[in-house]
Design a protein around this ligand. Structure first.
Ligand code: ARG
Length: 453
């Protein structure tokens, strides 16, 4: 059996079931590269503190640098976690030096230093993917700047909007997500090493120097907070939940738009799948999977919150359960963003289907009411009259602009020949010319602004 780091006072080893329950190396081995860097930074400080000679340190550094290159899963034995594994390997190779590497350091501060470095890298990766996704959406918006689609409320056709305007709505959401990952990065960017088990270390280690070597901007100010804190992971899961929620909503729209019932869009063959029994099918599986995976990430956020909420200070082994949700969340969000970006690039529009819904949706009813207001009718009365006009049009199976002037004036005398200009789809778009509105000039300005960001 692999020797425990803490075996001194124990007469018996752990039972098999306890090993199965508690060993986490198969999960936290993903932290290996960070663990090695943290050990190297710590060894440098131990050298300054006189625990290692310069030659000792050189040996430790060389071994760890080589281990980072050579490490393979078959080096893992019956180790409790990756930190124990690394220490065992250094000790097997360098004897007493390996045993001294743990001076003034606990796995409690080691594990969160590793995790903070991991989360910082993941934030940068996700931010890069979000920036890329936004650029893709902006290009799509630019390419389709003249396409008008029905905008929905209550999932009912409501008012015409530019397709680009709809895409830019998501760019705004993803831009806020990007900021949330930057805030998470900043939270994680604080070095806890030197906190040791919970109370601090006895070796007067230069914590600022360790932090600097590891690329942290600051050091933690309270060792008890430091070893008990997983806020930075919780924050990553929260930012990921926001982002996955946005992706999920977008996927839901793509699924609906792609359904033959609506038929607004088509996705590339490389992002759809067939059915093993129904040859006519072309299913938007990737969009469905991203929608489904968002549920998993939301669950992980809740899991970690539950893991944390009952814990007294400081370190408790429950905290080890943070890894599975952390890794699964980072993988899920990275894979989802990557696939979504590529999928959305393959999106093509079926303008005939879009036009069909524009034609029958009475989308310019509000324009007609506003037209009446301009003719001196109060908005409430105009709303009422418009309702009657729409009813009449529905009953007679006509679009609003197919009604004759006489048909209009049955309901409202104020209607003139200029009504047809006022209720055209193009005019409805053009009229929304305030900041944030769907007029082409506004949307073009937004695309320009966002592309420059
Ligand atoms: N593997 C543990 C974790 O992820 C770190 C080890 C600390 N264990 C301990 N018994 N103090 O939290």
């Amino acid at each position: 059996m692999t020797k425990k780091l803490w075996g001194g006072r124990f007469k018996k080893g752990l039972s098999n079931s306890a090993i199965k329950l508690s060993h986490s190396v198969h999960i936290d081995k993903r932290l290996l590269q960070y663990d090695i860097r943290v050990n190297q930074a710590h060894a440098n400080e131990l050298t300054k503190a006189g625990v290692f000679t310069t030659e000792d340190n050189q040996k430790v550094q060389n071994y760890l640098t080589q281990l980072a290159i050579d490490f393979q899963d078959n080096l893992i034995k019956n180790d409790e976690d990756i930190h124990s594994c690394v220490e065992r390997l250094v000790t097997a190779a360098l004897g007493d030096l390996g045993k001294r590497l743990h001076t003034g350091k606990s796995r409690n501060d080691q594990v969160i230093t590793d995790s903070r470095l991991f989360i910082k890298d993941q934030c940068k990766t996700v931010q890069g993917l979000l920036a890329q996704l936004n650029q893709t959406l902006l290009k799509l918006a630019d390419r389709h700047i003249d396409v008008i689609i029905p905008g929905f409320t209550h999932f009912q056709p409501a008012q015409p909007v530019l397709f680009s305007h709809h895409l830019l709505a998501y760019v705004e959401k993803f831009s806020r997500d990007l900021k949330r990952f930057q805030a998470t990065f900043d939270t994680a960017d604080v070095c806890p090493l030197g906190s040791a088990a919970l109370a601090g270390n006895n070796y007067d280690l230069d914590r600022d120097a360790i932090a600097k070597e590891l690329g942290f901007s600051a050091i933690t100010q309270n060792s008890m907070d430091a070893v008990s804190d997983r806020d930075f992971i919780l924050e990553f899961l929260a930012a990921s939940s926001f982002c996955m929620t946005h992706l999920s909503r977008f996927c839901e729209e793509i699924i609906v738009w792609n359904s033959p019932m609506m038929g607004f869009v088509q996705l590339g063959d490389d992002f759809t799948t067939g059915s093993s029994i129904m040859p006519q099918k072309k299913n938007p599986d990737m969009a469905e999977l991203i929608r489904g995976k968002s549920g998993r990430v939301l669950g992980h956020l809740t899991s970690l919150q539950h893991i944390l909420k009952g814990l007294p200070l400081t370190y408790n082994r429950d905290l080890q359960e943070d890894k599975a949700v952390m890794f699964d969340t980072t993988d899920t969000i990275v894979d989802s963003l990557t696939c979504f970006s590529e999928m959305i690039e393959t999106l093509t529009l079926n303008k005939a289907a879009i036009q069909a819904m524009l034609d029958k949706g009475y989308l310019t009813a509000t324009e007609f009411a506003d037209y009446l207001v301009k003719k001196g009718v109060s908005f409430r009365n105009a709303h009422e009259m418009t309702g009657k006009v729409v009813n009449y049009a529905v009953e007679n199976n006509k679009r609003l602009d197919e009604l004759s002037r006489d048909e209009f004036t049955q309901f409202c005398e104020a209607v003139d020949d200029d009504v047809y200009d006022a209720i055209s789809i193009g005019a409805a778009i053009q009229a929304k010319n305030g900041v944030g509105g769907t007029a082409k000039a506004q949307v073009v300005a937004q695309i320009k602004r966002l592309m420059a960001e």
